[in-house]
Design a protein around this ligand. Structure first.
Ligand code: SF4
Ligand code: SF4
Length: 153
């Protein structure tokens, strides 16, 4: 039997085709959370306050095709941005592939099931509040560390 190595272990990010690129996203929704940056240290902290377009129950963007017209600071990841953004969560498929690491068991490319990222407690599903409901001055009351949680590989 001939075993082929997984594409995320054999290709650089800039070598992926569009389908491979899209599939690396695990659907965790963690990059859709508002973050606060410490002015002095540059340290970035996650909050549980989600982008206005994130559906907190499904953990999906409610207008993905038009998202950048509605949310101009929505990040459209590219290989360059994956290199430059310091705050991508340690579980992010792009960050793992960039660093030459394998994906976790719950990633749909391993499990074959897009629900496992939620079942493993990695995603933002069910634990966010919408930014439409929180004053921006109060975001610091919603600091959370669970987006940095890494489970068993
Ligand atoms: S953090 Fe990474 S894996 Fe999770 S939704 Fe964002 S781009 Fe996808
Ligand atoms: S616009 Fe959609 S993809 Fe972009 S941050 Fe908001 S919910 Fe996430």
């Amino acid at each position: 039997m001939i075993m082929t190595e997984a594409f995320w272990k054999t290709k650089r990010l800039d070598e992926l085709n569009p389908q491979e690129w899209e599939s690396l996203c695990d659907g965790c929704g963690l990059c859709c959370l508002n973050k606060l940056e410490d002015w002095d240290t540059g340290e970035v902290a996650f909050t549980s306050v989600a982008c206005r377009l994130l559906d907190g129950s499904s953990c999906r963007c409610t207008n993905y095709p038009n998202r950048q017209a509605i949310v101009p600071d929505c990040i459209q990841l590219t290989p360059t941005e994956v290199d430059e953004i310091s705050w991508l969560p340690p579980t992010c498929g792009y960050r793992l592939a960039r660093d030459g690491e394998d994906l976790y068991w719950w990633h749909h490319l391993i499990s074959g099931d897009r629900e496992t990222v939620h079942q493993a407690g990695i995603s933002a599903r069910g634990r966010t509040v919408s930014e439409t409901e929180v004053d921006v001055d109060d975001f610091e009351d919603y600091l959370v560390d669970w987006p940095l949680t890494v489970g068993q590989r």
